[in-house]
Design a protein. Sequence first.
Length: 342
Amino acid sequence: MATMVFVIVVIGGITRLTESGLSITEWKPITGAIPPLNEADWVAAFEKYKRIPEYTEINGPAGMTLAGFKTIYFWEWAHRLWARLIGYALLLPWLWFATCALLGKSGNGGLRGWLGGFRLPPGYLLRIFALGMLVALQATIGWWMVSSGLLVGTDVSHFRLATHLLVALLTMAGMLWTALDLFSLTKDANARPARLTGYALAILSVLVIQLLLGAWVAGLNAGYVSNSWPLMNGRLYPEGIDWNKGGWYALTHDPFLLHFLHRWWAWIAVAALVLMARKLRAPGDRRISVAIHSAFGVQILLGIATVMTGMNIILAVLHQAVGALVVASAVWGAHRLGSDKA
């Protein structure tokens, strides 16, 4: 399940970078899984897209054709289809285990005894249900995000985009944490769930700030304001930051400032991850330390390369993908630190 969420984070990055997210202007959780099946359906979908600002202000004047619309439609449809698959892949097994827990609760023979053999460890039925609710919430947030770009402006709200990304990564982290707890049980039947320590929470909080800045950079297209590194357009501290509406507005809206913060807060995040990795240098934990170092090392190189190539789409997608792997490695480390305290 965590792998499936990782995949949708990558698809979401492609959807964002290809400006495909507003191509489907309706949210139909059930029937929306079926794309247009004939030319008339495609024309009708295109006509709906022509009503939103992204088309009237950008793609329409640029001469977008039906063929071009089909391309961006595909990525948004693939994103939504994979989201549905995640929901079913979590819901259907959960219903099976819930049924087994209910019907196999009493009796050791016959059908009840057989069903009673298919049970999750105590507490995990509720935990996985909570993860399912998080998946459902994420779907709702997805439409909430898309709707922000259908009436006003040509992009979705970068605040809603950040919420969508962070909840996806939180869901992936929760699934990975649960998987690691279950894996511990396969090695030791008396193993208890890992706890999130204060130390690990502090490290993860530093990483969350970097993820938030990255999401805002993506939502405001701030990656395009400079294609040089380490300087931004020849300066360490960039020109062009608009402070006229106050510091808070600049901090949350100005593309130059956010680009600057994202590229330099990265080093604070690296320092925090190095500290976590240093606590995981024991022989049995060395794989986790290597994973953390490898993930953030590749991520830093991809971030620099993405900037210097003017937001090359392949590098930008890889940057988002490896960012999710940084989260996964940090969660792995946090889980291990919590296991030591259990």
